[in-house]
Design a protein around this ligand. Structure first.
Ligand code: F6P
Length: 322
């Protein structure tokens, strides 16, 4: 669909991620600079189906750059996945005179955006998920902030672990990806990291913990939620190492907090590229960053390929811990 872009819609969808607000602000202000109007749909695709929106002005996005979460709210809409839901969304976009849609979210949200483009809607995606599991971008908004939250929590756990000479198993999010776990482990100075992409050998890990405990007052094991349950890992280690083990499941704390400088800068860069891409007639693609260059990649490619973890970082985390 190639028509002049005058009015764009923006929404945030799926799990929230710090930096979403910074991205909304940048989209609105850069669009206004380019003489475009912007409207924001509430609660992601749910708001698109119920046509729940607000006109976004430069002032309306003031004071949100440093806020976590998303002031447009978010949801995981089941209705949108139906034929009827998609058709209603398209009808609403036409009725609201919206020429293009910017979707801020993860791969599930991009599947929705891709489906809309199949109906002739112009759409572009901005990656935002703490999981950093999207093919076609080295970083997603929220990942860096989440990492910083996690490493500050790991430090606190280390304080108490060391005081009590305990082993701690710390469960981090990431869905089916070990990205968040690997980098938390490396940056947090943990001893072991368990990720879904690499087979877990708890006997080997327990033997290593046993052998290396001498002179060590704390042992920190990071478990990606997609690899195993922290409680199960802790029970096995306790049995095999015969030492006190405590569990800490970090949970949704990892998703909150003021976005890091990196996430705010990235949000601005992604937003600028998204608007320029649409104005240049682009559609049906995700904005990303690869080797420090802001890129675009067709949704189809993003959705059909799997992002690989960095095995070197996984190994390095263990090398540096021992
Ligand atoms: O995708 C982000 C994420 O935080 C995952 O890491 C986690 O598995 C999931 O969302 C949790 O989803 P919910 O907030 O719906 O419990």
């Amino acid at each position: 669909m190639s028509k002049e872009i005058k009015r764009i819609g923006v929404l945030t969808s799926g799990g929230d991620a710090s930096g979403m607000n910074a991205a909304i602000r940048a989209i609105v202000r850069y669009s206004l600079y380019k003489k475009l109007e912007v409207i924001g749909f509430y609660e992601g695709y749910k708001g698109l189906i119920s046509n729940d929106y607000t006109v976004l002005t430069g002032n309306s996005v003031g004071g949100i750059i440093d806020r976590g979460g998303t002031f447009l709210f978010t949801a995981r809409s089941e209705d949108f996945k139906t034929k009827e839901g998609l058709a209603t969304a398209k009808k609403n976009l036409e009725a609201d005179n919206i020429d293009a849609l910017v979707v801020i979210g993860g791969d599930g949200s991009f599947r929705g955006a891709r489906d809309l483009t199949c109906l002739g809607v112009n759409a572009v995606g901005i990656p935002a998920t703490i999981d950093n599991d999207i093919y076609g971008t080295d970083y997603s908004l929220g990942f860096d902030t989440s990492l910083n939250v996690i490493i500050s929590l790991i430090s606190k756990i280390r304080d108490t672990a060391s005081s009590h000479e305990r082993i701690f198993v710390i469960e981090v999010m990431g869905r089916n990806s070990g990205e968040l776990a690997i980098r938390s482990s490396l940056a947090g100075g943990a001893d072991y990291v368990l990720i879904p992409e690499i087979k877990v050998d708890l006997v080997k890990i327990s033997n290593a913990i046993k052998n290396h405990r001498e002179g060590k007052r704390h042992t920190l094991v990071i478990v990606a939620e997609g690899a195993a349950k922290a409680t199960d890992v802790a029970a096995s280690i306790k049995l095999l190492v015969e030492h006190e083990v405590r569990v800490s499941v970090l949970g949704h704390i990892q998703r909150g907090g003021s976005p890091s400088a990196m996430d705010r800068v990235l949000a601005a860069q992604f937003a600028q590229k998204a608007v320029d891409f649409l104005l240049g007639g682009g559609t049906n693609a995700m904005i990303g960053i690869q080797n420090n260059i802001i890129t675009t990649m067709p949704f189809e490619e993003v959705l059909s390929k799997k992002k690989e973890i960095d095995r070197n970082l996984f190994e390095l985390s263990h090398i540096l811990a021992l």
